[in-house]
Design a protein around this ligand. Structure first.
Ligand SMILES: Cc1cc2nc3c(=O)[nH]c(=O)nc-3n(C[C@H](O)[C@H](O)[C@H](O)COP(=O)(O)O)c2cc1C
Ligand code: SF4
Length: 505
């Protein structure tokens, strides 16, 4: 129970306790926190799960769910008189078409995995280890040793941007400010991605140990774990692991652990939007610089790291940074790839960084039908044609192809896929999830979606798409964050590789 004078930071939690934005709730939150009701209302309406708590069953309309028949699923629910609403990706692409009822806490069935392998940093099928030997070694050998091993490992962020982890760690450690934070980004909302879910469900102690190492090396007093709201069972697994580790005394008792729910806004996976959400505000990305390592949570130095990134730490310290570096094929480390869509065995497959799409498809039991295209790293990565099946699935090689590895949420499309529909699915997603803060993204995502609908519904006249390149340029150049900068890529790449479907020569 939160105190009566709970501050602004608590308003999302109070709204959650109240079951969302129902009549009278904003005024009650004002009485408890002092935050004006209008402001509370403004915050609550930003978050899908708070704004419309009685919307009923959520039907995922992410790309994998779209091709698996989410529209038929919606029709079935409506015919049965069940209240239902479409929603952005639910992080359950492996069980497409995915449904989620906020009133029913439902665990996710286990997807397929790659067989256990000692050369994997995470190895989802290995029993989770509760000994925290890497954390003990860190405390024995000191923070500088941790940072040196991290640098030697070449670990880059697994949340999407692929930024070198050691630079961020040194960035926080070097700040002349005692109050510092470590934040775990478990918001996992990129369509096609469900790996962080499985890391926390299967290897929660790897995550907790990685966070404990980060808090120690950066002298942070607080660890915040931000877990997407649709993943209640995932958050519970993380809380249980922290409780277990505390009970056996392997954690530093001076470090405070906090667990915060997301509330159904994809943009809150963007690190500065996440910080805004933690501070009880609308999750709108901040202008960078300053970066969170300098000015982060509550204006203090903050390390924000993806679940998979942080879970690599125990292996890096346990087996050495050089071992990790050499375990990748084209870039350091092993990597978790999520495969869904038209594949025989949707799942999470760990492989050396730089594995090809051809090899990943073999791991996932092959394509159902004939491969036509794939989206290599979530909606933001656009599409590549079947001919790119041998490109290395790493950050550099995919960037050279005009795509990105992103979160490695790979969606596979077979020869039945209509690329206009596929591009439209992604356009709808970005329009729905744009935070609306900057005009190029807010208006650009709407224009692209409208142009595609007109093209599809009004005789497939290529003239309706004639301004796509100009709008896309404006979005890329002038959007504040990665959402707006990448939102045009699905359409642009589909037009580039499948011109005949867009009436182009
Ligand atoms: C629109 C958008 C959504 C994002 N969503 C996520 C997410 O769900 N999970 C995540 O870890 N990173 C996400 N990111 C990347 C984060 O901003 C940030 O780079 C990441 O949390 C840093 O951790 P890493 O270096 O370990 O990858 C997103 C970025 C953008 C632009
Ligand atoms: S680019 Fe889009 S999502 Fe990002 S800040 Fe601007 S409006 Fe918000």
């Amino acid at each position: 129970m939160l105190p009566k004078n709970a501050s602004r930071e608590a308003i999302l939690e109070i709204l959650e306790d109240e079951g969302g934005l129902r009549a009278g709730v904003a005024a009650r939150v004002e009485r408890r926190t002092g935050v004006p009701a209008a402001d509370v209302y403004g915050v609550a309406t930003f978050y899908h799960l708070l704004n419309d708590p009685d919307a009923g069953v959520r039907v995922c309309q992410g790309l994998s769910c779209k091709i698996a028949g989410c529209d038929a699923e919606m029709a079935r629910l409506e015919a049965a008189g069940t209240k239902a609403v479409y929603t952005a990706c639910l992080g359950r692409c492996d069980v497409a078409p995915a449904l989620w009822d906020p009133q029913v806490e439902a665990a996710t069935p286990a997807p397929h995995f790659s067989p256990s392998d000692p050369d994997f940093a995470i190895d989802l099928l290995r029993p989770d280890c509760r000994e925290y030997q890497a954390f003990a070694a860190a405390r024995e050998r000191g923070a500088e040793w941790v940072l040196a091993e991290l640098e030697a490992s070449g670990l880059t962020g697994r949340g999407g941007a692929g930024f070198p982890a050691h630079i961020k760690w040194r960035g926080v450690r070097g700040q002349p400010v005692a109050e510092r934070y470590v934040v775990l980004n478990a918001d996992e909302g990129e369509p096609g991605t469900f790996k962080d879910r499985e890391v926390i469900l299967r290897r929660p102690h790897l995550v907790v140990e990685g966070l404990a190492i980060a808090a120690y090396a950066l002298a942070a007093g607080d660890v915040y774990c931000y877990v997407r709201g649709e993943f209640g069972h995932v958050k519970a697994a993380l809380v249980a692991a922290v409780d277990e580790a505390r009970a056996v005394g392997v954690l530093d008792p001076a470090v405070r652990w906090h667990f915060v729910d997301g509330h159904g806004a994809y943009i809150c996976g963007e690190e500065t939007a996440l910080l805004e959400a933690l501070e009880g505000k609308r999750g709108m990305p901040r202008m960078k610089p300053p970066f969170p390592v300098e000015v982060g949570f509550r204006g203090k130095p903050t390390l924000i790291q993806n679940v998979e990134t942080i879970a690599c730490l125990p292996a890096i310290l346990g087996r050495g940074g050089e071992w990790f570096r050499s375990s990748g094929r084209t870039q350091p480390g092993s990597k978790l790839y999520c495969l869904s869509g038209h594949v025989a065995r949707p799942g999470v497959y760990e492989a050396p960084m730089g594995v090809s799409m051809r090899e990943l498809l073999a791991l996932a039991g092959g394509v159902v039908g004939e491969l036509k295209a794939f989206s290599p790293g979530g909606a933001s990565s656009g599409f590549l044609p079947a001919g790119k099946i041998d490109v290395a699935m790493d950050f550099q090689a995919l960037a050279a192809e005009g795509s990105m590895l992103g979160s490695a949420g790979v969606v596979v499309l077979n020869d039945t896929a209509d690329m206009v529909d596929a591009a439209l699915t992604q356009a709808v997603f970005f329009e729905d999830e744009s935070c609306g803060q900057c005009a190029p993204c807010r208006i650009g995502t709407q224009i692209l979606r409208q142009a595609l609908e007109r093209y599809r519904d009004e005789g497939r006249d290529p003239e309706t798409l004639s301004y796509v390149a100009d709008v896309a340029w404006g979005m890329r150049e002038a959007s504040i964050c990665g959402l707006g900068q990448a939102a045009s890529l699905p359409l642009e790449s589909a037009m580039k590789y499948f011109p005949e479907e867009f009436g182009l020569p």
